[in-house]
Write a protein that binds this ligand. Structure first.
Ligand code: NAG
Ligand code: NAG
Ligand code: NAG
Ligand code: NAG
Ligand code: NAG
Ligand code: NAG
Ligand code: NAG
Length: 542
C-alpha cells in the first residue's frame, strides 16, 4: 500500500480513529519498586527547556552486571494519550554515533539545542512523540553517556555485542516501565542502524518465540532510512550516484569501475588510490547532503575535526571504505553548525545532572560519535538474509531514503532492494506533502519503500514534516476496518467541504492541521458523533 492520494487519505482516518480502534488492553501496573525507579529517572526540567505537557525520563539501564555495562536512555512520553500510543525506539548508526546527539537533538526528538551564550532548547513541532512514546538509547557502550566498567569491552564491540546489549536493555527497560509492556513496539533508525535495527529485531523475534509473558515484547515492525544493508549494493550505488549527481568526473568513475570489485572484502592498491581521490570531493562538499552548506564558523566544540568526522574505526563494513575519513564524516543540516550546539549543551554539568547522566563521572567528554571505540569485531557484509527472514516472519517493514544523501544514497538502497527480490505489489507511486510530491513509494510483498525528495542522510532533519507523516502512516496501519465521517472532519478542521475533494490538496490541509490539533480531533471522534460513511479499508500491511 503506497501513500497514493487515496491511501494517504485512508491513513489519516486510521490515524484519527486510532483511539477508537484500539482496545485499552490489560496493562501491567508498575510495582512500587518500578514506580520509584521511574520517579528517580524523571526529568523535571532541563536548562533552557521550553515548557511541555508530556513526561520525560532519562537514566541508565544495566545490561551486563559482571562487566558493569550500562546504556543511557532518554524517553519521552507521547504528547497526547501516551497510554494509547506505541513505543518507538530510535537508533543512530556510526558505528559509534549517538542516538541522542543525532536523533534526539537534531532530527526527530522534541528538543533541539540552540546556539547562544545561555543553554537553550527549541521545541521541535514535528517531534515523533506526536505519534509515539519515543525512546532514544545510546548504543553500544562507549557511545555518548553509555559506559562500561571493563575497558576491554571496548575492544570486543561489534554488531553481535551491540544487538545483545540492546536486547538486554529493552528487557530491563520494560521491567522499569511495565505500563508500556503491552504497547505495540517499533524500532527505527538510519545509516549503520541498517545493521542494528534488523539484528535487534531478529533477536526479539527469536526470543519472543520462547519468552514468558513477563519478557515478551509486543514487537510489530521496523523502519530503516538511508541504511547500510548490503556492502556490495551500498558501495556500487554510492559511486554510481556520485557520477550521476555530477560529483565526480567521467575519468574517475571509469577508474573506480574498472579497478574496484565491490563484491570483495578489500580492494587492490589501484582501487584504493581511486577511492582516495573520490573521497577528496567530500572534503569540500557535504557527502550526507549534497546541496546544503557546510559549517565554516569557528567552533568551540571539544575537538571539532575529530567529532565531526569521528575516529577511524577499524573493521567495519563496507570493508573497503572503513579506511577513509569520509566514511565517518557526519552530516550537517539546515544549520550546518547544529552539532556544535549539541555537544556544548550535553557537556554542561547542569544538563548532565538534570538528565541523570554521567553519574559515574567518566574521564572523557560526551561526543556525538565515540572517540573511544576503535575496533569493530563483526559486521556481516549483507543484512538482506536477516531482512528476508523478518519479512517472512510477518513484521511490518519500511525502508526509506532521502534522495540527496551521497553516503548511503537512494541508488544503493534500490540496488539492495533489487537483490532482495520481493515481488512488487504496488509500483512507483507519488505521495504528497505541502501539496507537492514528497517522494515516491513502492510496495513490495512484505516491505514498503519510500523516497523523500530533497532530503539528505538524516531525513527527519531535512524533511521534518514529511518524515512524521511517513511515521504516522507506518505505525498506525493496522489492517482494521475503520468508520469515519469525511464531512465531519472537514467541518471540524474548517476546511471547505467539497463535493469531490481534489487530491492531494484536501488531504494535505488535513495533514497540516492534524499535526497541530490531533488531540482535539480525538476528542471529537471519540464523542457521540454519527458515523456517516463506512470505509472498509483493505489496508492489510504488505
Ligand atoms: C556479560 O558480557 C560478557 C562479555 O561480553 C559475556 O561473556 C557474558 O555472558 C555477559 N553476561 C551476561 C549475564 O549476559
Ligand atoms: C560501574 O562502577 C561504578 C563505580 O564503582 C559503579 O557505581 C557503577 O554502578 C558501575 N556500573 C555498573 C553498570 O555496574
Ligand atoms: C552563536 O552564539 C554566539 C554567542 O552568543 C555568537 O557570537 C555567534 O555569532 C552565534 N552563531 C550563530 C551562527 O548564530
Ligand atoms: C568480483 O569478486 C567476486 C567475489 O570474489 C567474484 O566472484 C567476481 O567474479 C569478481 N568480478 C569481477 C568482474 O572480477
Ligand atoms: C576563528 O578563526 C580565525 C581564522 O581561522 C582565527 O584567526 C581566530 O583566532 C578564530 N577564533 C577563535 C575564537 O577560535
Ligand atoms: C583533536 O584531534 C586531533 C586529531 O586527532 C589531535 O591531534 C588533537 O590533539 C586534538 N585536540 C584536542 C584539543 O583534543
Ligand atoms: C563526566 O563528568 C566528568 C567530571 O565532571 C567530566 O570530566 C566528563 O567530561 C564527563 N563525561 C561525559 C561523557 O559526560
Amino acid at each position: 500500500m503506497a501513500l497514493s492520494p487515496l491511501s494517504l487519505n485512508i491513513f489519516l482516518y486510521l490515524l484519527l480513529t486510532f483511539s477508537l480502534a484500539k482496545e485499552i488492553s490489560a496493562r501491567s501496573e508498575p510495582s512500587s519498586e518500578s514506580l520509584a525507579q521511574q520517579e528517580a529517572d524523571r526529568v523535571k526540567k532541563l536548562p533552557g527547556q521550553p515548557p511541555v505537557d508530556f513526561k520525560q525520563y532519562a537514566g541508565y539501564v544495566t545490561v551486563n552486571e559482571t562487566r558493569g555495562r550500562a546504556l543511557f536512555y532518554w524517553f519521552f512520553e507521547a504528547t497526547d494519550k501516551p497510554h494509547e500510543k506505541p513505543v518507538l525506539l530510535w537508533l543512530n548508526g556510526g558505528p559509534g554515533c549517538s542516538s541522542i546527539g543525532y536523533g534526539e537533538a537534531e532530527e526527530l526528538g522534541p528538543f533541539f539545542p540552540q546556539n547562544g551564550s545561555e543553554p537553550r532548547l527549541k521545541f521541535n513541532p514535528y517531534s515523533w512523540n506526536k505519534a509515539a512514546n519515543l525512546l532514544f538509547v545510546e548504543s553500544p557502550v562507549g557511545v555518548g553517556f553509555s559506559y562500561t566498567n571493563t575497558s576491554s569491552d571496548l575492544t570486543e564491540l561489534g554488531d553481535t555485542m551491540t544487538a545483545k546489549d540492546s536486547y538486554m536493555f529493552l528487557i530491563n527497560w520494560f521491567q522499569r516501565f511495565p505500563q508500556f509492556k503491552s504497547h505495540e513496539f517499533f524500532i527505527a533508525g538510519e545509516s549503520y542502524a541498517g545493521h542494528y535495527v534488523p539484528q535487534l529485531s531478529e533477536l526479539i523475534f527469536e526470543a519472543n518465540k520462547k519468552a514468558s509473558k513477563e519478557y515478551y515484547i509486543n514487537f510489530k515492525g521496523f523502519m530503516i532510512g538511508n541504511a547500510a544493508m548490503d556492502d556490495e549494493a551500498d558501495q556500487t550505488g554510492m559511486i554510481d550516484y556520485a557520477w550521476d549527481h555530477a560529483v565526480i568526473s567521467d575519468r574517475l568513475y571509469r577508474d573506480i569501475k574498472s579497478k574496484c570489485n565491490f563484491s570483495e572484502q578489500t580492494g587492490s592498491d589501484d582501487c584504493i588510490r581511486a577511492l582516495m581521490e573520490y573521497f577528496q570531493v567530500y572534503e569540500i562538499i557535504d557527502m550526507y547532503s549534497l546541496y546544503t552548506p557546510t559549517c565554516i564558523e569557528n567552533s568551540t566544540d571539544i575537538n571539532i575535526t575529530r567529532t565531526r568526522r569521528g575516529p577511524s574505526i577499524q573493521g567495519i563494513a563496507p570493508h573497503f571504505f572503513s579506511k577513509f575519513d569520509g566514511w565517518h564524516r557526519r552530516p550537517a543540516g539546515y544549520d550546518p553548525c547544529s552539532s556544535d550546539y549539541t555537544s556544548q549543551y550535553l557537556n554542561r554539568a547542569d544538563v548532565q545532572e538534570a538528565l541523570h547522566a554521567n553519574v559515574t563521572k567518566v574521564s572523557y567528554p560526551w561526543t556525538r560519535c565515540s572517540l573511544r571505540i576503535r575496533n569493530w569485531q563483526d559486521s556481516p557484509s549483507s543484512m538482506l538474509p536477516t531482512i528476508k527472514k523478518l519479512v517472512a516472519g510477518g513484521l511490518r517493514i519500511w525502508v526509506y531514503s532521502g534522495d540527496t544523501d551521497g553516503r548511503v544514497p537512494v541508488t544503493s538502497t534500490r540496488y539492495a532492494l533489487r537483490k532482495l527480490g520481493l515481488p512488487i505489489v504496488e509500483d512507483w507511486t507519488p505521495w504528497y506533502s505541502n501539496r507537492q510530491v514528497g517522494g515516491w513509494t513502492i510496495g513490495y510483498k512484505g516491505l514498503m519503500f519510500a523516497t523523500i525528495r530533497g532530503a539528505g542522510h538524516e531525513v527527519p532533519l531535512f524533511a521534518p514534516k514529511q518524515s512524521l507523516q511517513l511515521l504516522l502512516y507506518d505505525i498506525t496501519l493496522r489492517g482494521v476496518s475503520v468508520t469515519f465521517s469525511a464531512d465531519k472532519i472537514s467541518e471540524f478542521l474548517g476546511i471547505a467541504k467539497r463535493e469531490s475533494p481534489s487530491y492531494p490538496d484536501w488531504e494535505e490541509e488535513i495533514v497540516d492541521r492534524l499535526i497541530l490539533s490531533n488531540s482535539e480531533l480525538y476528542k471529537l471522534l471519540t464523542g457521540k458523533e454519527e458515523v456517516q460513511t463506512t470505509c472498509q479499508t483493505s489496508l492489510t500491511v504488505p
